[in-house]
Ligand binder design. Structure first.
Ligand code: NAD
Length: 255
């Protein structure tokens, strides 16, 4: 087991990639704190983990709300004493060209996708530093941070910011033996992508076929593909990776 006894907090673990990662981390021996803003989804993940024989607990928090995140972290520390792994996974989509966008829609994406990474780090890092046993932080970026896609500028801006933040964070926290790396998935078939396709295209099936042609793999990714990469970054297998972007994109960047 690669994460035996480790305490891992995964934000947005009620669905898609976060849920799949919660299941995998628990299978590898971690006690998983399943966070989500959606209570039902979060509890469903915890039940699935328990059904598979793993350990998980749900803590409701909105990652863009400082008080909510602070309370979540305090609850984790009170129960488990420390946190070894933080996976900043929660995120929302943002669509529209900039000149057609309202500032409130722009801010919504920024708040969840950037503030929602900043806040868990802000409140968890002091405990990781104080404990002097290091830790692993995984930030969810996206391959869109590096390639241009129409209609997605606000979302791309947040994922580029997360990548830049990851590198700077690594410099600041390397002296404390805390590794900070980023995941850059391509198109992964999750509820997030399904609703994006449904809302953005008249013919979502046709859109999927078009996306497939842009990937060297010829297929869309699965949440498990990203969960395995998250496990690698969370575990000691990636001990020499610091501030690194890890692509899980079926070759889309190079296609
Ligand atoms: P998803 O919609 O299936 O899951 C996201 C989860 O985050 C949901 O359960 C949602 O309730 C939760 N969430 C949303 N806002 C939250 C908040 N304020 N506080 C706490 N939880 C919140 O999405 P997914 O596809 O699994 O995406 C997960 C992450 O991966 C996101 O950051 C996304 O940007 C990123 N990503 C996804 C893809 C993809 O193709 N699916 C590609 C690249 C990056």
């Amino acid at each position: 087991m690669k994460l035996k006894g480790k305490i891992a907090c995964i934000t947005g673990a009620g669905s898609g990639i976060g849920k799949s990662t919660a299941l995998l981390f628990a299978r590898e021996g971690a006690i998983v704190v399943v966070n989500d803003v959606d209570k039902n989804k979060g509890i469903e993940t915890v039940q699935e983990v328990a059904f598979a024989g793993g350990k998980a607990v749900f803590i409701h928090a909105d990652v863009k709300d400082p008080l909510s995140v602070k309370e979540m972290v305090e609850q984790i520390i009170k129960t488990y004493d420390h946190i070894d792994i933080l996976f900043n996974n929660a995120g929302i989509s943002g669509v529209g060209r900039l000149h057609e966008m309202e500032i409130r829609d722009w801010n919504k994406v920024i708040e969840v996708n950037i503030n929602g990474v900043f806040l868990p780090c802000k409140y968890i890092l002091p405990y990781m530093i104080e404990r002097e046993k290091g830790g692993s932080i995984i930030n969810m970026s996206s391959c869109i941070a590096e390639i241009g896609l129409s209609n997605r500028a606000s979302y791309a801006a947040t994922k580029g910011a997360v990548l830049a933040l990851t590198k700077s964070m690594q410099v600041d926290y390397a002296p404390h033996n805390i590794r900070v790396n980023a995941l850059l998935p391509g198109t992964i078939l999750t509820p997030f992508v399904e609703s994006y396709l449904k809302n953005s295209y008249d013919n979502p099936e046709e859109a999927v076929e078009k996306i497939k042609t842009r990937q060297l793999s010829g297929e869309l990714g699965r949440p498990e593909d990203v969960a395995k990469a998250a496990l690698f970054l969370a575990s000691n297998d990636s001990a020499f990776m610091m501030g690194s972007p890890l692509y899980v994109d079926g070759g889309v960047v190079f296609g």
